[in-house]
Design a protein around this ligand. Structure first.
Ligand SMILES: [Zn+2]
Length: 617
């Protein structure tokens, strides 16, 4: 359906993001945050806020033209707007970007299900059980809502999907709609009964959590899939793809695949497929991501998974394989081979190349490394132009902890023409080199200005890592430097980084007084991000001390802070300071710590580096 109003404007205002708002979709006139969407002239070419622009524009149809009838149907506004972000990337870029976006959304949803601050980490998309409508604006509404629309699309096909949405907009324009109205239209148009689909994915909480076992049944492939989530089994059709490189026909390397459709209706499913185990190149479960699920464990051979990452047809297949290998790192020789294959395929989406480097990274971090990979990466950085891939390579070079990488990293970090995310990554990596000039270099980088202060923030984080691995004299010197930096910066992102760093330094300081004093003053900061980070930093510095002055301040935050996220963060931090370190509290805290380093709603790859700084937990 075409745009229904006579004009569309976007106005910008100051301070929205610091108040926790990305934008507001008033009919024909959206309000956006000036610092968020009007990127500075120093912004690198690959920085984009297209997702927010697309999201708010989509609301002109989903939210403004057709409005959800009640709060419980808010996903009809927000799930659609989130899904339209992915559609925007499909249309403006390509199918691969769409697939990548859907996967990022799924990751965002799964992270949300572990979010300690969420009152309902797992709930049905449509529910009338909530204390305040604000509680509904979460990962279940946005990310899961968006993914469910992707699943519906895959379920009924593009044409029926498009026609259904047109009918929905036509029938309900200038009116309100509820979820069941949408179901009826999808059913009328497609002729498919969708009651079970809506019941399971929209009116029921959670998602299938799977354990997958493969075995050799007299030479044939046997798969056992077990659902381990609480409650009943999810019922769904599942595609299982067997990739069969044709070993008989060596002449023209013909490759074949076979997709078997199985019906999962019990918690335990198993089947022997008429496919010889020794012909299989890889086995992809749900290669088109038709089902939102979480694979908790799988014993599918690592060789198959490596093949899937190297040769997968869809981005869904490749990213699923990469995720598995990152969590179950292969030997570095294998990781290097995978990375070489993937990096050599220039046509591949950068998301896949980045994931392949992360696989190598995860194998390096386990201490399982060799010089060949290091030399390869040093060569690769010279031959790669894509800034996102370069960032990842730079981080990886740092993880080798080699003193001779200092010059290379210094050159990138100091290069004002280089992409600021690369410079950020290089600044962090410098902490790993052990070079004697690291500290003066990082101090000078901390005083530079760059897009979103990325270089200075990288330098502060890097100094923090050096400090916590050094003696008291060096720690004290870095502490004084960071406190000064924290006090004197106007920009909230840099203040936030310095605040977080002080929490770590406080943990190790013999005398914490100055640090605590500074952190307490940040509890009154204008930016809710900074206040949130200050709570976490205080808890980090004072864990288990039951420090009464800090507890008093945090109790006040938990009751009085205007922002609900800050209030719930303060509650978790109080428990940490009191030393109530149950696994649950500790798990919550470590999630919070990671979160305070994340910048974006669907933390895109761009922000992964901000999260990858060594953490104590
Ligand atoms: Zn929205």
């Amino acid at each position: 359906m075409r745009f229904q109003y006579n004009k569309y404007s976007q106005v910008v205002a100051k301070g929205l993001v610091d108040a926790g708002i990305a934008g507001m979709e008033h009919t024909t006139c959206t309000t956006l945050d000036v610092d968020d969407v009007l990127v500075e002239s120093t912004a690198p070419a690959d920085v984009s806020t297209d997702d927010v622009i697309a999201h708010e524009l989509a609301h002109q149809w989903f939210g403004d033209l057709v409005t959800c009838k009640d709060w419980q149907d808010i996903w009809l506004n927000e799930g659609f707007a989130a899904f339209c972000e992915a559609l925007y990337f499909e249309k403006s870029k390509n199918e691969e970007e769409y697939q990548n976006y859907i996967i990022q959304m799924a990751k965002s949803y799964l992270r949300g299900t572990r979010n300690p601050r969420s009152k309902t980490p797992i709930r049905a998309i449509v529910t009338n059980k909530y204390e305040h409508p604000d509680d509904l604006f979460d990962h279940n509404t946005y990310a899961k809502g968006g993914i469910v629309l992707h699943m519906l699309r895959k379920n009924i096909g593009d044409e029926d999907f498009r026609n259904s949405i047109n009918t929905y907009l036509e029938r309900f324009k200038h009116k309100t709609a509820e979820t069941d109205d949408l179901r009826q239209i999808f059913e009328d148009v497609s002729g498919i009964n969708l009651q079970l689909f809506f019941d399971q994915w929209i009116y029921r909480e959670g998602h299938p959590r799977l354990n997958i076992q493969s075995s050799d049944d007299n030479g044939k492939v046997r798969l056992a899939i077990t659902q381990v989530q609480e409650g009943d089994a999810f019922v769904f059709p599942l595609d299982v793809k067997f990739f069969l490189p044709d070993t008989d026909d060596k002449s023209d390397n013909v490759q074949k695949e076979r997709i078997e459709k199985v019906q999962i209706s019990e918690k335990d499913f198993s089947k022997t497929f008429d496919i010889p185990m020794n012909k299989v190149g890889y086995i992809a479960i749900d290669p088109e991501f038709k089902i939102l699920k979480e694979v908790l464990s799988s014993n599918i051979p690592q060789e198959f998974i490596s093949n899937q990452l190297r040769n997968g047809k869809t981005i869904f297949e490749r990213l699923a394989a990469a995720q598995f290998l990152i969590e179950n790192p292969p030997f570095s020789k294998i990781a290097l081979e995978i990375m070489k294959t993937v990096l050599s395929k220039k046509y591949l989406s950068s998301s896949v190349r980045i994931e392949a480097i992360k696989v190598l990274d995860s194998s390096i971090i386990t201490g399982n490394t060799d010089d060949e990979a290091y030399e390869y990466l040093k060569q690769a950085i010279k031959e790669t132009n894509d800034p996102e891939v370069r960032k990842e390579i730079i981080g990886s070079i740092g993880n080798f902890k080699k003193i001779d990488s200092f010059d290379l990293l210094k050159e990138i970090a100091e290069n004002e023409k280089a992409n600021p995310y690369e410079r950020y990554s290089a600044a962090i990596a410098i902490s790993n080199t052990g070079h004697e000039e690291s500290i003066p270099l990082l101090k000078s980088l901390a005083n530079t200005t760059s897009f979103h202060n990325l270089v200075a923030r990288g330098a502060i984080d890097s100094l923090k890592i050096i400090a916590i691995n050094s003696n008291e004299v060096i720690r004290k010197d870095i502490e004084i430097f960071i406190i000064e930096k924290a006090k004197n910066t106007e920009e909230s992102r840099l203040r936030r980084t310095a605040t977080s760093a002080l929490g770590y330094l406080g943990r190790y300081a013999e005398n914490k007084t100055k640090i605590i004093e500074q952190l307490k003053s940040f509890l009154q900061d204008d930016s809710f991000y900074v206040r949130n980070t200050a709570c976490v930093a205080l808890a980090n510095a004072l864990e288990g001390t039951a420090d009464s002055a800090a507890l008093e301040e945090l109790e006040k935050m938990a009751k009085e802070d205007p922002n609900s996220e800050v209030r719930s963060t303060a509650k978790v931090c109080i428990k940490i300071i009191k030393g109530e370190s149950s696994d649950e509290v500790r798990g919550s805290f470590s999630e919070l710590e990671k979160e305070t380093k994340i910048d974006s709603k669907y933390k895109s790859e761009k922000f992964d580096l901000l999260e990858s700084v060594d953490t104590l937990y």
